[in-house]
Design a protein around this ligand. Structure first.
Ligand code: FE
Ligand code: FE
Ligand code: ZN
Length: 278
């Protein structure tokens, strides 16, 4: 079965997210660990987590994906901003142990004129301070569109970070289809070639999740504007090839398209019908 869900609001807790997933026939979902702009996280209610686990097993909800606030910048030139990233990520990973064995995705960061090399080093340094052998969570680096001074604009930069992390087995990658297309990887006309390159540079075994988004702008535009499935430059056919590709078809897919719940339900329904068994 296709593992697919979308980004859901975490405002009402874990159980409410499982209920939303049920409404739209999702068997996974993504959520922000706290307000996406940062700030303090709500305390986790163990009763809510218990209810979530019961509901999740009833519905067959697979791996869920937590997303760090997008304001988090592990390679900011400002020490206070890096400190905030460190504290937030540390706290998030502690909270993730309430729902063990899932993934935590974050945007590597923006180097802001320090250069990519310095940025990559700061990100790896922070991961080396935060990751610990006891954690059950896999931390994912998201492939980025290359807007401004974003790190992770190409596969090489992701590989560079991974290479410098000591606890390799705690790390993975989340590929965002809008971002890689924006970054110049032609997943429309050359999906095979792009995945070959991913495999050579990073290794497909590192790939743990897909953000499935269409893109409002064209190949290499570095804009990062998500579109609904089939309403952007990537298009429906390419999306269907992506979810059916042998190297991707069994990964969890997360929609981050501009939609309300009913719009997500329609996309999930379409993608499920387009996914070929075996
Ligand atoms: Fe993201
Ligand atoms: Fe994304
Ligand atoms: Zn994006």
């Amino acid at each position: 079965m296709l593992t697919i869900g979308c980004h859901l609001s975490s405002a009402k807790g874990y159980r409410a997210m499982a209920e939303d997933a049920e409404k739209i026939q999702a068997n996974t979902f993504q959520f922000f660990t706290r307000n996406p702009r940062g700030g303090k996280a709500k305390t986790i209610d163990p009763e809510d987590v218990k209810a979530f686990h019961a509901k999740a097993s009833e519905l067959g909800i697979q791996k869920i994906l937590a997303h760090a606030p997008y304001t988090l910048n592990a390679c900011s030139p400002d020490e206070k901003v890096r400190e905030f990233a460190y504290l937030t990520m540390t706290d998030d990973l502690k909270r993730m142990e309430y729902t063990p064995g899932n993934c935590y995705n974050f945007h590597p960061g923006s180097h802001v004129k320090q250069g990519a090399e310095k940025g990559i080093q700061l990100i790896a340094d922070m991961l080396n301070q935060i990751l610990c052998p006891e954690q059950s969570t896999t931390v994912l680096l998201e492939t980025m569109a290359g807007k401004g001074s974003e790190i992770g604009r190409n596969f090489q930069e992701i590989r560079e970070i991974l290479d410098r992390v000591e606890l390799q087995e705690k790390m993975g990658v989340c590929l965002d289809t809008c971002h890689v297309y924006d970054g110049g990887y032609d997943i429309v006309n050359n999906l095979e070639g792009v995945l070959d390159e991913f495999d050579k540079v990073i290794g497909l075994t590192r790939l743990k999740a897909i953000h499935l988004n269409d893109s409002m702008y064209g190949l290499g535009s570095h804009k990062d504007r998500h579109a609904r499935i089939g309403e952007g430059k990537i298009g429906k056919e390419a999306m269907v090839r992506i979810i059916n590709h042998p190297a991707l078809r069994n990964l969890p897919f997360y929609l981050e398209t501009p939609n309300d719940l009913s719009g997500y339900a329609a996309e999930i329904n379409f993608l499920r019908s387009a996914w070929k068994e075996s």
